[in-house]
Ligand binder design. Structure first.
Ligand SMILES: Cc1ncc(COP(=O)(O)O)c(C=O)c1O
Length: 366
């Protein structure tokens, strides 16, 4: 079966893990610090904290925004559940907005109707790595959270996604463009707040044992809890994989782009489907996923047809406002349309040329 998502891991990753294990150091340590520095340098971030998942980076992002309890946060319904969970876990209310049909992103027009006197922040998700036009959201004068889980290599002008709002997050899970077994990251503009994220991630304990020993030579085992926060620390096994994946990122991105371009050229000729919008001249895309929309034919039948040919597809995402747990009665026509007509096809560095040809021919044969 050809999988819809995937990453490419090799012996170099294994070697990097081996050196951590040989040094008897699996937990948070020097590899984590090295990954943080190298990632920060690549994206030109002023601060960056590695945590154990993108979902927990979102939880931390909502925490450090420090909004008044019960604030409304506007976010797309066409996104991963963790975005809404983070809002709820921080004691706030997720307010779902629609997305553009072609980019799958929020826009000024889809956000505006959902803003009212209780709105305290907007969460933008760079779907598939296509940058949200952040400049159109700034006029609302609200804090902006950027979910760059799909967008580790995306840019708007000369700014990397994740680095344009007040706080940004990344995901490094096992199928992301920069993969680890699990991992996530958080960046932000406020230096003091970002320094706090390093303390928060270890159960909110302000000082390490070593630092406590320096400041309290007689009772070095005592620690100061600066805030309430679950354990979000990363580890050096994951960071080891991340360090190698970071080196391979350009190569993997070029591979993803090649598949994307093939799909655009081939599927652009089919009038029964709509291809996703590619990057504008001032944008850099990450090509995390390839989401088509069926204009005239049945999406479920295409999914079954491809499954029968050994090609696994999916829909990202089942719109959140349709999930009863969020008790939302809003109508979001584009999200609902995508829910019936959209399909994500495989795109990742583990696909062979033969896989890509098989996918192209199978879609054309439908
Ligand atoms: C848009 C988006 N945000 C956040 C996350 C959460 O990231 P993680 O899986 O690292 O927790 C994901 C995961 O796929 C995602 O797609």
């Amino acid at each position: 079966m050809i999988s819809v998502f995937g990453s490419k891991i090799g012996l170099e990753e294994l070697e990097e893990i081996r050196s951590s294990l040989e040094n008897q150091w699996m937990g948070i340590g020097p590899k984590t610090a090295r990954f943080e520095e190298e990632f920060r340098n690549r994206l030109g971030l002023t601060q960056f904290t590695l945590v154990n998942s993108g979902s927990n980076a979102l939880v931390m992002a909502m925490k450090i925004l420090d909004l008044p309890p019960g604030s409304e946060v506007v976010l797309p319904a066409f996104t991963w559940v963790s975005c809404a969970h983070a809002v709820v876990l921080a004691g706030h209310k997720p307010v779902f907005c629609d997305v553009d049909l072609e980019t799958h992103n929020i826009t000024r027009e889809t956000v505006e109707p959902r803003i009212n006197g209780e709105t305290r922040a907007i969460m933008a998700v760079h779907y598939a790595g296509k940058p949200v036009r952040m400049e159109t959201l700034r006029d609302f004068g609200l804090p902006l959270v950027e979910d760059a889980a799909h967008a580790v290599d995306s840019k708007l002008g000369n700014q990397y996604c994740g680095n344009m709002g007040d706080v940004g997050i990344y995901s490094f899970d096992a199928v992301k463009n920069l993969a680890m077994p699990e991992g996530g990251g958080i960046t932000g503009k406020n230096k003091a707040v970002m320094e706090k994220t390093k303390l928060l991630r270890y159960c909110g304990i302000g000082k390490s044992g070593f630092e406590s020993a320096l400041s309290k030579p007689e009772r070095w085992w005592e620690y100061n809890i600066i805030d309430i926060c679950p354990k979000f620390i990363p580890n050096d096994v994951c960071a080891s994989v991340g360090l190698v994946q970071l080196k391979k990122l350009d190569e993997h991105q070029a591979y993803r782009k090649r598949i994307w371009d093939t799909y655009q050229a081939e599927f652009g000729k089919l009038d029964w489907l709509a291809t996703p919008k590619g990057p504008e001249p001032d944008e850099q895309h990450s090509y995390f996923t390839y989401c088509i929309r069926l204009r005239t034919r049945n999406r479920d039948k295409l999914a079954k047809h491809l499954l029968d040919k050994g090609i696994y597809t999916t829909l990202r995402y089942h719109p959140l406002h349709l999930n009863p747990i969020f008790k939302s009665s809003v109508k979001l026509p584009n999200c609902e349309h995508l829910n019936e007509t959209a399909l994500n096809l495989p795109i990742h560095p583990n696909l062979t040329d033969a896989d890509v040809s098989h996918i192209v021919e199978s879609v054309k044969a439908f």
